[in-house]
Design a binder for this molecule. Structure first.
Ligand code: API
Length: 283
């Protein structure tokens, strides 16, 4: 096996954690006290579910001057994600446990966020204010973000990353794999987009399924749940606080004065070490 120099790690035997929030799964690399190690090549190699470890997102923990830590997010196709709500909750849980604290602050590419453990053990993150201006999402040109000029009349919401939310009669019946990629790559979204399909199942309760930019179908998407709750409220379907049923479980979203709070379970599955020489060149 020949080592590919383009993928060489700064050290062999890199240690990482596998975590998930409602089955939205992550590889987490703790790089506090050193330089960042993630590159697009490493993200793709680790993200390969057959030849690597497999994940929906990779999160790298880094030192921060302005918060308890910094978090960078990557998709399995090697692209960057500006936000990842479930990984933020999982990593915050890990950092809080390590420090014996019940609340932390973190910096991401969209700014400063905060997280805390609730009395019931679930972890909440304040994902910040939704981005409702076309340029912030971002969209290709000035338009009404509440009614995009696409079949299905979706809503665009930014949560530090772009989301396109469709309200449908039955989210369960949607061909997510068939519809998602076309929307992800629609020219209306210059940075591509995450795509959500949601239906109202009770007052203030939504069934939601997701196609994630750079990853595909996932069992849950925290920022997608926030975007969907914001869109549902703005469309007059729900109040500001909703319960979302995703393929992997439930999330609570509460759009408060100080930002969009998202609450749910977290899991640390294992900690492991990459074999020396990984990743190796592939034929
Ligand atoms: N699963 C993540 C979102 C990943 C979004 C990513 N696919 C992007 O490119 O924006 C979450 O819990 O918020």
């Amino acid at each position: 096996m020949e080592q590919n120099p383009a993928l060489a790690l700064p050290e062999t035997g890199l240690s990482f954690m596998k975590m998930h929030g409602l089955g939205n799964d992550f590889v987490v690399i703790d790089s506090r006290g050193r330089e960042a190690v993630t590159t697009p090549e490493l993200a793709r190699a680790l993200g390969d579910r057959h030849r690597g470890v497999g994940f929906d997102q990779l999160a790298e923990i880094l030192d921060s001057d302005s918060a308890d830590f910094r978090l960078d997010f990557w998709n399995s196709d090697g692209s960057r994600a500006g936000a990842c709500g479930n990984a933020t909750r999982c990593v915050s849980d890990f950092v809080m446990r390590g420090a014996g604290r019940e609340a932390v602050t973190l910096s991401t590419s969209r700014g400063l966020l905060s997280a805390r453990r609730r009395a019931d053990g679930l972890v909440s993150v304040n994902m910040g204010a939704p981005q409702l201006d076309w340029a912030e999402v971002p969209l290709a040109r000035d338009m009404d973000t509440l009614h995009l000029p696409l079949p299905g009349d979706p809503v665009a919401v930014g949560m530090g990353n772009p989301h396109c939310v469709f309200f449908v009669p039955d989210a369960q019946a949607v061909d997510v794999a068939g519809t998602g990629p076309g929307v992800e790559h629609d020219p209306l979204f210059p940075a591509r987009t995450n795509v959500e399909f949601a239906s109202l199942t009770a007052p203030d309760r939504l069934r939601m399924r997701v196609w994630e930019r750079g990853t595909g179908i996932t069992l849950a998407c925290g920022s997608g749940a926030c975007a969907t709750a914001v869109a549902a409220h703005l469309r007059g379907l729900t109040g500001r606080r909703v319960l979302l049923d995703l393929d992997g479980g439930q999330l609570e979203v509460d759009w408060r004065e100080d930002g969009v709070w998202m609450t749910g379970p977290t899991a640390h599955v294992f900690t492991a070490t990459l074999a020396p020489g990984f990743p190796v060149a592939r034929p």
